[in-house]
Design a protein around this ligand. Structure first.
Ligand SMILES: Cc1cc2nc3c(=O)[nH]c(=O)nc-3n(C[C@H](O)[C@H](O)[C@H](O)COP(=O)(O)O)c2cc1C
Length: 358
């Protein structure tokens, strides 16, 4: 069985280790969602990750609802992401773009657009906006005739990602965002071909993935799911049926990998008393499986040794330890992350975490 320092090949890309960086929204772009030089510094510092998965990156204005998050719909997004990917590659790294449509989590104060979702529902709680926290508003249900346009939006963003030099794309189908809103019966009340039975609720995921694979290739396409329990008010009445079925539906595409975010009962970023669905998914999903949430070196090593996972993504540990693979390898102490600077602007708590001294 492999360990964290063994290489792994996904598609035609060889990752030199299995210590990957999880997608992390950090809000250091411009108000027009254009990546900045500071973002290039931040990702370059973390180039020793086996693979970097970028922060969630909006595919369209309609799908973007996070202040200062990156976007991938215009030429200025492409040219500035190109600076990021060129610098990551020059530093010896690899980077996928996480493609994001937030669905009902988008707040209209950002761009003046009413959010869309599977059904007319409202997320609980409040949104991060430029004017502080504001309650979510009711989304409108996407019309059946709009689905081809939506799939086209994912395709354009994926094309832009490749033009911007990303090594691949990860469809964000987790954490209560648009694809997840279609997957789970708590938020999907449709009565057409995209609602009702599991097979119908998986349809949008399958169609978007098929279109991404046509555009960039299966080996350059990945998916992220968050099966066990509620995410931003999105939940399912039978997670152990839905998510293995969704994962099995991805097999024909020979994806680069499938990543699962599954916090446990003591989770420190989200918490769930529901069992992880990963063991069931491992049995039916044929490609590389990547696990996430609250992993440390010991747990991650055990997950690989037992055959439960092929790689592990680390979020907050990579945020605060740009040289995480070396720290693991040499048993060096880890720096703790500071939640106050997760989404703040500027370099503080972003590019100011130093590598361990030589
Ligand atoms: C500051 C911050 C930003 C995050 N942004 C994203 C994101 O853009 N996309 C995503 O899928 N998950 C996001 N997450 C979730 C992380 O990818 C990861 O699932 C979570 O941090 C748990 O992993 P960890 O225990 O290794 O940190 C974010 C988490 C944090 C702390």
């Amino acid at each position: 069985m492999p360990n964290l320092f063994d290489a792994i090949t996904i598609g035609s890309l060889t990752c030199p280790n299995r210590i990957w960086m999880a997608p992390l929204t950090r809000g250091r772009g411009t108000r027009d969602h254009v990546p900045t030089e500071l973002m290039a510094d931040y990702y370059t510092q973390r180039a020793s990750a086996g693979l970097i998965i970028s922060e969630a990156t909006g595919i369209t204005v309609e799908g973007s609802g996070w202040p200062y998050a990156g976007g991938l719909w215009g030429p200025e997004h492409v040219s500035h992401w190109k600076t990021v990917t060129d610098r990551v590659h020059a530093a010896g790294g690899r980077i996928f773009a996480q493609l994001w449509h937030m669905g009902r989590i988008v707040h209209p104060s950002l761009h003046g657009v009413q959010p869309v979702s599977a059904s007319a529902t409202t997320a609980p709680g409040s949104a991060h906006t430029y004017e502080g926290k504001q309650p979510y508003v009711e989304a409108r249900a996407l019309a059946l005739e709009e689905i081809p346009r939506l799939i086209g939006d994912y395709v354009s963003a994926a094309r832009n990602a490749v033009e911007a030099g990303f090594d691949g794309v990860q469809l964000h189908a987790a954490n209560g965002y648009l694809i997840d809103q279609f997957l789970r019966d708590g938020s999907n009340r449709r009565t057409d071909a995209y609602g009702g039975p599991v097979e119908n609720r998986v349809r949008l995921l399958r169609e978007v993935v098929a279109a991404l694979v046509d555009t960039v290739g299966g080996g350059r396409t990945a998916v992220r799911l968050s099966p066990n329990g509620d995410s931003q008010g999105v939940d399912d009445s039978n997670q152990s049926v839905l998510f293995p079925a969704a994962s099995a539906a991805l097999n024909p595409f020979e994806l680069a990998f499938l990543e699962l975010r599954e916090p446990g009962p003591d989770g420190t970023f989200g918490r769930s008393t529901r069992p992880a669905v990963a063991p069931l998914i491992r049995k039916v999903f044929k490609g590389p499986l990547v696990l996430n949430s609250d992993y440390d070196f010991t747990r991650a090593t055990a997950a690989l040794a037992s055959g439960a996972a092929d790689a592990i993504t680390f979020g907050r540990k990579f945020l605060a330890n740009p040289d995480l693979p070396r720290r693991f390898k040499e048993g060096l102490p880890l720096t703790a992350d500071d939640p106050k600077t997760w989404y703040s602007q500027g370099a503080e708590g972003y590019t100011t975490y130093s590598p361990a001294p030589p």
